[in-house]
Design a binder for this molecule. Structure first.
Ligand code: AMP
Length: 357
């Protein structure tokens, strides 16, 4: 284990979106400097970070210079090109490590990893051709969901099958890229656990939150989730197993479906997660500080929930409600500094607080 970073050290963050912004702010509170790597210009993290490498992920020289200027490198998104990771790894410590990225970048690898741990993903079949797809539909049945194995997020790269579709046409529509066909899970609700593991192997999880999606995008996360104490314990233990199996350092999000037969793992995200934003106003130490603590080799903080919280994403023209939200005494506002409002674009979020029940 390497020594804990001292205040004044520089934490590198790959990606300059809102997660990078909130990680930078948390790092700054602990006295660290931050350096982001993000090809885009006026991006949310660049407003609050100390340094910004505005370079492309295929610029090997820039990646090396970035890595050399950082004491540790972390990331806000999982789809970092492998070639860039190779380049960075030769010059810097990357936390969380490569195993977590390799596992979560490909839905097939992720599901096989989960099964190997004795956990339950949705029923799935690998699809690499139209013929595979026809066989997969015969096996999984409908309704089902066809998902690209890589680069999917917020419901993108997915097609819902109702029955009677032509496999050739579906395969064309997905762009002829490797996919998995997933059985449609009949769930009563969706929850997620935000877990953390320190460099010393200590594990701590936040209380599971209950998630509601609209149009494939997270709408609200509510804590406490309306599930039994037994399921809450199952969810937290399951996240701990994933963290340990990946020898993970940092914060990880685990999305779960609650079914009559128990918990089914939808997916894991090797980073801070939108469904963990409630921790900013519901806990002494939030997911962003917890992540910074872990990657800096510091002890994990206390993430005990001290309030009931409903987190709501402000998407596109939800920003029209800003005046009323700013005047609401129960609401904490978190805005991402994005200049242009676009439909479907995450502009900020609110945490609505009530006393802990
Ligand atoms: P994902 O991008 O995999 O997180 O999927 C986005 C949303 O689609 C999930 O949060 C669920 O609401 C829904 N979904 C995804 N996979 C399934 C499934 N196998 N069965 C039922 N609903 C699903």
């Amino acid at each position: 284990m390497t020594d804990p970073l001292k205040p004044g050290a520089t934490i590198g963050i790959l990606g300059g979106g809102q997660l990078g912004r909130m990680l930078s702010a948390a790092a700054s509170r602990l006295g660290f400097k931050t350096c982001i790597f993000e090809p885009g210009g006026d991006c949310p993290a660049s407003h609050v970070a100390n340094y910004h490498f505005q370079k492309s992920y295929d610029d090997a020289e820039a990646l090396t210079a970035f890595a050399k200027s950082c004491d540790v490198v972390t990331y806000e998104f999982e789809n970092i090109p492998t070639s860039a990771l190779d380049q960075l790894e030769s010059a810097a410590l990357i936390r969380p490590g490569r195993l977590a990225l390799a596992t979560s970048q490909d839905r097939l690898v992720e599901k096989q990893f989960l099964e190997g741990l004795g956990l339950r993903p949705a029923p799935f079949v690998n699809v690499e051709s139209a013929t595979d797809l026809a066989a997969a539909i015969a096996r999984i049945g409908t309704p089902s969901i066809l998902k690209t194995r890589r680069f999917g997020y917020d419901g993108k790269g997915q097609l819902r099958l109702k029955g009677g579709e032509d496999p050739e046409a579906l395969w064309d529509e997905m762009g002829k890229v490797p996919c998995v066909l997933e059985g449609f899970v009949d769930f009563s609700c969706e929850i997620s656990v935000i877990g953390a593991r320190g460099a010393d192997g200590q594990v701590a999880c936040f209380d599971p939150g209950e998630n509601v999606h609209r149009g494939g995008i997270l709408h609200t996360t509510t804590v406490p989730a309306q599930i039994s104490a037994a399921l809450r314990t199952d969810a937290v233990l399951l996240a701990g197993r994933i963290l340990n199996a990946l020898d993970y350092i940092g914060v990880l999000g685990v999305e779960l479906f609650v079914t009559a037969e128990g918990l089914i793992v939808n997916e894991i995200a090797p980073r801070v997660h939108n469904s963990g934003h409630w921790t900013q106003n519901g806990c002494l130490i939030d997911q962003f500080e917890q992540h910074i603590r872990a990657v800096a080799g510091w002890p994990l903080g206390d993430g005990t929930r001290h309030a009931n919280v409903e987190m709501e994403n402000l998407i596109g023209h939800d920003m029209d409600r800003l005046g009323a939200l700013a005047a609401d005494p129960q609401v904490a506002l978190h805005l991402y500094g994005k200049s242009e409002v676009k439909p479907g674009r995450k502009m900020g979020h609110i945490n609505r607080i009530t006393p802990r029940g």
